[in-house]
Design a protein around this ligand. Structure first.
Ligand SMILES: NC(=O)c1ccc[n+]([C@@H]2O[C@H](COP(=O)([O-])OP(=O)(O)OC[C@H]3O[C@@H](n4cnc5c(N)ncnc54)[C@H](O)[C@@H]3O)[C@@H](O)[C@H]2O)c1
Length: 350
């Protein structure tokens, strides 16, 4: 008899939840069994749209189901740590949207719990799996850029007033734990770190509490970081007029690569030596299948889900594991500290 498919559950049925359904549906031997949202109408509408058989308003039902092997936690940042802990302790493997947690202490605790429970914990970093990003890492390791001189990593985005005003968590330190950096800028920084290695903060400057009157958190942050001896400049804003534009530039003594993470990813320049140019020409990100939902979330949720389920099956090391998610929490915390942003609202304050 064929084995029944392994059951996955999606907790939080908002903007990025369709990418999780699509990612697990694309896998052989897996099914999405539960749609869970604390707003029952949202859960029901989502389940109906995506044909998910079981619906609930509480994670308790999901965690009590012995058939559920793994869960996606896809809710506001402030609840990540609590829901991840509950899911791990219930024996489920967990794929949590970025960031892992709002503080380094919470993140460290989750890593300990995952280890104690013997469960896979992974933080979504889908762009690490983009073919262009994987290609760039290979070209750097093969010495095709020579000695890296500097890196520039930029996200220019626009968000309108309703994006913050109509959300119960965005634009607040309590719910989002920051904005432009921890939410939108996360990916550029994460990919830069994945490609260049550990980053340290040299200096940072941010602007907060200025956009739309309702947003308390930062709309813009610029920083200078270091990847060992290599200077890395980073900038993110959500206040521009451009919907979404990423740009990552790696300049070395033997070659330069400039790419974006906008779906399906584009290589703007790869030049400097014939081997780099030959390998770059062999990559065709435009051949990528269109993703569901918001296009710039990219198609690589599927690749990360495949890596996640392989880790469940074989214990293999993931490209985006909990340890790299924790390193991102450390880096983000360091950037907010360097920018002088009070991540916890002042007592009795706004
Ligand atoms: N990787 C990416 O490219 C990407 C893109 C967008 C969002 N995200 C991340 O995904 C997460 C969710 O973002 P979003 O834009 O989908 O948010 P959203 O506000 O659109 O959706 C969140 C949903 O979670 C539900 N919810 C809240 N608490 C819950 C609980 N305790 N149990 C069940 N449901 C609950 C809400 O009712 C809401 O429907 C965030 O961490 C965000 O940073 C990642």
């Amino acid at each position: 008899m064929p084995r029944p498919p392994s059951a996955h559950a999606v907790v939080g049925c908002g903007r990025v939840a369709p990418n999780h359904v699509d990612a697990f549906r694309a896998l052989d031997g897996w099914t999405v069994a539960w749609a869970c949202d604390r707003d029952p109408a949202t859960a029901a509408a989502f389940a109906s749209e995506y044909g998910i058989p079981r619906v609930t308003g509480t994670i308790d039902d999901v965690l009590a189901d012995p058939d559920v092997v793994s869960v996606s936690i896809v809710v506001d940042h402030a609840q990540h740590a609590g829901l991840v802990e509950r899911a791990l302790r219930a024996g489920k493997h967990v794929l949590v949207e970025k960031p892992l947690a709002l503080s380094v202490e919470e993140g460290e605790r989750l890593l300990r719990i995952a280890e104690e429970c013997g469960r896979v914990l992974s933080v979504v970093s889908q762009h690490r799996y983009d073919p262009l990003v994987v290609g760039l890492s290979d070209w750097l390791s093969a010495g095709l850029l020579g000695r890296l001189l500097y890196v520039r990593s930029v996200l220019e985005a626009s968000r309108d007033e309703s994006y913050y005003k109509d959300s119960y968590w965005r634009g607040t330190w309590e719910g989002e734990g920051g904005s432009a950096l921890i939410n939108q800028g996360y990916h550029c920084l994460d990919v830069t770190r994945a490609v260049c290695g550990e980053l340290t903060v040299v200096s940072a400057m941010a602007r907060a509490g200025e956009l739309f009157g309702t947003m308390r958190t930062e709309d813009t942050l610029c920083a200078l970081l270091a990847a060992g001896p290599v200077p890395v400049s980073f900038a993110v804003t959500v206040g521009s007029t451009v919907t979404w534009r990423t740009r990552l530039e790696f300049v070395g003594t033997a070659g330069t690569v400039e790419l974006d993470l906008d779906h399906p990813g584009k290589l703007h320049r790869a030049w400097g030596n014939p081997e780099l140019e030959r390998r770059a020409a062999a990559l065709d990100p435009a051949a990528e299948e269109a993703p569901p939902g918001t296009d710039y979330y990219g198609i690589s949720h599927r690749r990360q889900a495949a890596d996640f389920t392989a880790a469940i099956a074989s214990g293999k090391q993931m490209a985006a594991d909990a340890r790299s998610g924790l390193a991102m929490v450390r880096l983000i915390t360091g950037l907010y500290d360097a920018a002088g942003l009070p991540r916890v609202p002042a007592a009795g304050g706004a």
